[in-house]
Design a protein around this ligand. Structure first.
Ligand SMILES: [Zn+2]
Length: 355
């Protein structure tokens, strides 16, 4: 496993501000990271960061690995006297996870970062009725500490807000942070690209850090049009085991990756992923997606003539909270599997396009 001190790149990724729809500067930073590990990379007009590692094969085969770089977050909707801001959620934020969070507002009035805190009443001042209420966006607010006039000059309606979370390593084996969904996918792709430097591979590898996944998986529409992939693998998070969940609904952290099986998944590709994993001692299990997968894969399915695709997932605890948790071992294993996939004979991958 990569020593914790070597995870600087992961920490840089997690600290990028990239709420759905506001990912442009994060995408530029990600494109830069891919250039540093030997890829050609650019940000397309839609905001996706697209990186390419050219293969040496005679007849090009394009394999796209897709991870989304956007994160869930908040948006300013109004002001209250006393330096307070009203907020709404952007994508799947659970308001129960927000009270007492330290946040930062990307203030467009003066292009600065305004720190704030999501305020809550002390328990001493709560009425009996208040004690039974769950937080909702009608009552949540951000306290910036600024005077009203300065607040209105700096922070504008529609500005993005993200939580600030210190990155922690649990027992030296797991990482706890915000935005692990799905920056760990982006990180695993960067590790794979790094490990592929100087390695001969016939197929063209595309590593795509896509935007707007948390808003109906929109980024892949532009990616598909630009890259015209032969095959796609969506790399995202799955539900990790945690206290109190139903048996069978989650997967243990650090014990393997999920390979998706379901009606929309290209079964031959999923079987190939299982085989490559087994041949290279990467532990995997099956994720059954009987309906939609809830990943970018669903969007690739609907582009052009439909693109054969599959999913790889990393189990993650506390999804869509400011303190998500994943295993570093699973991230290493994803990178290993992607490298082994990249070095497959193109004919093997073409075989997975057949029925
Ligand atoms: Zn995700």
């Amino acid at each position: 496993m990569i020593p914790i001190s070597a995870h600087t790149l992961l920490e840089q990724l997690l600290n990028l501000r990239g709420v759905t729809g506001g990912e442009f500067s994060a995408a530029q930073a990600v494109a830069d990271m891919f250039r540093q590990v030997g890829c050609d990379a650019y940000v397309d007009e839609f905001g996706n960061a697209i990186a390419r590692l050219a293969g040496t094969g005679d007849s090009p085969f394009k394999l796209v690995i897709d991870s989304h770089l956007d994160e869930i977050g908040l948006m300013v909707t109004g002001y209250e006297d006393g330096g307070f801001l009203r907020i709404a959620k952007v994508s799947g934020v659970d308001p129960k996870t927000l009270p007492a969070c330290i946040v930062e507002v990307q203030a467009s009035g003066d292009n600065s970062i305004v720190p704030g805190v999501i305020g809550v009443k002390p328990p001493h001042l709560l009425s009996e009725e208040d004690r039974t209420k769950t937080p909702s966006f009608d009552i949540l607010f951000i306290d910036t500490g600024l005077a009203d006039e300065e607040l209105k000059a700096r922070v504008k309606i529609g500005d993005y807000v993200t939580p600030i979370q210190k990155i922690s390593y649990l027992a030296g084996q797991k990482v706890a942070a915000k935005a692990l969904d799905d920056r760990i996918g982006v990180y695993a792709m960067l590790l794979a690209a790094q490990q592929l430097q100087g390695v001969d591979h016939a197929i063209d590898m595309y590593f795509v850090a896509s935007v707007q996944e948390e808003r109906h998986d929109i980024g892949p529409v532009a990616v598909a049009a630009e890259v015209l992939p032969d095959m796609v693998i969506a790399l995202d998070v799955g539900f990790g085991d945690q206290e109190g969940t139903k048996p069978g609904s989650t997967s243990p952290l650090g014990e393997g990756l999920g390979i998706g099986f379901g009606p929309s998944t290209k079964r031959e590709l999923s079987l190939l992923l299982e085989k490559v994993a087994k041949d290279n001692e990467v532990p995997v299990h099956r994720d059954v997606n009987a309906g939609r997968t809830g990943t970018d894969k669903d969007s690739f399915d609907r582009t052009f003539r439909g693109i054969p695709s599959a999913t790889i997932s990393m189990p993650l605890r506390y999804m869509h909270t400011p303190a998500e948790v994943v295993s570093l071992k699973d991230i290493d294993n994803v990178a290993k599997l992607l490298v082994k996939l990249a070095t497959q004979d193109p004919e093997t991958l073409r075989g997975a396009l057949c029925y």
